[in-house]
Design a protein. Sequence first.
Length: 482
Amino acid sequence: MKTYNLFVACFFAIVLSSSVVSCGDDNDEVFKVDCVVRDTVEIHVPNEGGEYTVKVDLPGKLQLEKNELILSNSFCDIYEYRDGKPLCDTRMEYEKTLSGNILKIVVQRLDASAEYSNIIRILDEAERVVAVVRLVQAGRFMEFGDLPELGDRGVAIANSVAERMTVAMSNISMAEQYNLANRDLFSMNAYGYIVNVWDNLLSVHNDLVRFRQEEARLLDVYGHYFNVYLAMGHSALVQLWGDVPYQLCYKGENSSKSDWKRLPQAEVLAYLKTDLLAAIEQLEEKRNLPFADADDFFFVSKDVARFVLANIYMFEGNYAEASSLLETILSNGFYQLDASKEYDKDRSQEIIWGLVQDEHDVLDDFNFRSSSFIPYATLTDVYLSLAECQHYLGNETGAQEYLQQVVSVKGMKISEDSFLMQLKNIREQLLFYSGGYFCFLKRNGLVVDLYGIEEYRLLFPIPTYFIKDFEGIVTQNPGYGA
């Protein structure tokens, strides 16, 4: 940590045309003056705080601004309290006094990871601002014996993310089924599911980016967890829509239409892969338990990040890297294959990560499943994905061994079809409703031949309202018109 001299830590921030600022005025007979200001000065304060004296070199009676605005971060209650106290500071804490033209400032220690700033305004008798002192206090790295749990606001955000992701993932399955049935994707039901997925996954991304950005200013301990969820949602968007919007940071009211332009899918996936590789290094090596409470849902393990990254690698055709990640999940031994072909979230030993949804009515005109559980990542999927990887790596013996493991435990029978058709039939029986079946068919070139749908429908249409809102920036996917 860089050490700052408390008596000479003065730097210019905003120097107006009439500014006159000096630091370290040793000629003052009464006070040790750190800064002399006639207009604007910036004082950089170390994390541990300090005491500062500023001489305002202006005539007349001076006064401090009444009702000073103290800049704060309202996100501190994302963390649990310990011993009845918050884990981090939401703002700078300081006291200030003005005697004549001498301003004294005492800044307290800051418990946060990023720097904070605040402005002290000095007024003349007419209450006009004549001088400004800006305090900038450095943050610090804070160590914890164990990772903080979520506080009230953190739980609320985690629950909101879980709800939106659940709705999105369940609607992915429904939109896929409409598409595979070769139905019009702009029909009322199918289009509603597509818009629902698009809206919810972009909303999840926006919320998580804001949450990650604000949390980084406080303790900066949750970033890798955010990135796993961001990768889950955006990898699904890329696989279904191709080029998609992707915001690196939350801009709020400062955002512009151009911030929502579609980025090339390779660029988006590069961001996701970088974040996931970093997450795998930092997350805990443990059995993932996603259903007990918000903390269990939010604090995912290394294996969840590995599964998401392996899925991206398979989409890109990088089967060697995908296989390595999946083999690590298998060798960890945290999960076991179940004989059941259904996934009971309370009893199944093979669920790595999943989502629970509210029951909904089955549509009369199509065989949509009404299920309360969406098995996003299971050991069955790991085995079948490994079989697919080994097939493309030229290891047909290994591919069959992984396939037979699932067939044997589940008590299934497979025909003498080609390997990919065997794999397709097993996935169809076990993972048809997981929201990834369509993407499996796509990456293996099976959609057009087996289901007879037009090739352009390998990508979903961009919702028309989104194209209208961002006219000239966002264009429709080929085949769906303007």
